[in-house]
Design a protein around this ligand. Sequence first.
Ligand SMILES: [Zn+2]
Length: 487
Amino acid sequence: MSSSALIVSLVLAAAPPPLEAGAAASNITPPLGTLVVGGFAPYPAQHVHDELYARSLVLDDGKTKIALVVCDLLGLHRSVSVEARRLIQEATGIPPQNVLISATHTHSAGTTLGKNRYANKQTLDDYQHFVARRIADGVRRAVNLLRPAEIAFATVDVPEHVYNRRWLMREGSVPPNPFGEVDKVKTNPPVRSPDLIEAAGPTDPAVSILALREPGGRPIAVYSVYSLHYVGGSGPAHISADYFGIFCGALKRLQPDGDGDPPFVAMLANGTSGDINNIDRLNPRPGGAPYQRMREVAEDLAAKVHAAMAEMSWQGSAPLAARFSEPQIAWREVGPDLLAWAADVEAQAPRVPGGNIPVGAKWATTREFVTPLSYAGRVQSLAETAEPAFVPLQALRIGDVCIGTSPCETFAEIGLEFKRRSPLPHSFMVSLAHGYIGYLPTPRHIELGGYETWPGTNYLEPQASEKMLDALIQMAAEIEPHPCEKK
Ligand SMILES: [Zn+2]
């Protein structure tokens, strides 16, 4: 071998493998008449304002493939993720631990949560089967569309749309919770109330942006993550992907040739927004027409993400790695006092044939009864769970970016702590991934009380967030770049 040939082959051996990326969006809109689940009581859908999608991005570093999927759903049961990942492996060979499937948390969609939310395993219903199939089809199509790609990462702070919705209140101003106790914190207190002291936790204003494009050319996809619960304000009995869908449309319109072939795919996953919403308690906006506020937030966010993309530095490679674990964590304990309370509430409930619906002027005109009745059912179901919760957790490495996942409505400070503790330079969490296991407050917040911490809203033991974070950090350390890879 000549010396120049030797140099060429050494350079080739040392060069990082080229990256490929492909993306596709699968329609998952359910038929009209499907029950919309995000509201206080489910109601049949009468109109589709905008279609629901499972949006997929597949990355391939030459050795490893990973898939990121975001679904326009309130949440998905663990069994839906298990089935979708089984179908994906069958069709593409991508192992289940390398596939991240999460829900946006739109409150105007059909449900894939199934009947018993506290069951680790469910037999899938028709819509759950359909969604699993469509997710798998989307990933398969993204694999078909794999092509050489460049990758870039950026974050941009957009603090103006996120507010912590949990407030410390002046003593004596918090009404009793459904269990008859008084919390220190009230969730969504009245706006401009003189009893507001301060928000009980932080917000995370950062949008994390992972962008893919053809080398020097057309954009392929953007996977972005923002820690906002949802915006809401859809039309009556409408199906809608909320601001998540409007954002994706707006970001696509901002791309050159966004509707080309294959089309650009925008994605917006939910970060850690369990305690975050879009309502400024101190300076509330006047109510607007349906979709108005969603559009304002989505279009502003899309413009800011697009502007951040202009400053990105692109790379032709990104080593990929994945870890998945499923620790068993105890459910929130339901003690004898709580069970006695639940039995008492149910015993007092007037019944109508076929259900636990309160009747009569005294009950039907007040939510003070409907809410305890709903919690009576929830705590009884929680108490009946035989095995501990299977809690799917995942850490993905994409170059020097690390994504950690949680199957819960995760509080903002948990995501902030993941960012602080992760050994990789750019880290963020995605919530509502691979399952739906209620709200995830920290132990401090469980002490403070409030809606998200009530047994039946919060499903897991008080220390769950610490156990989950430790497990995620451990997995992140396992996939951390080798010291010689670090720049
Ligand atoms: Zn929620």
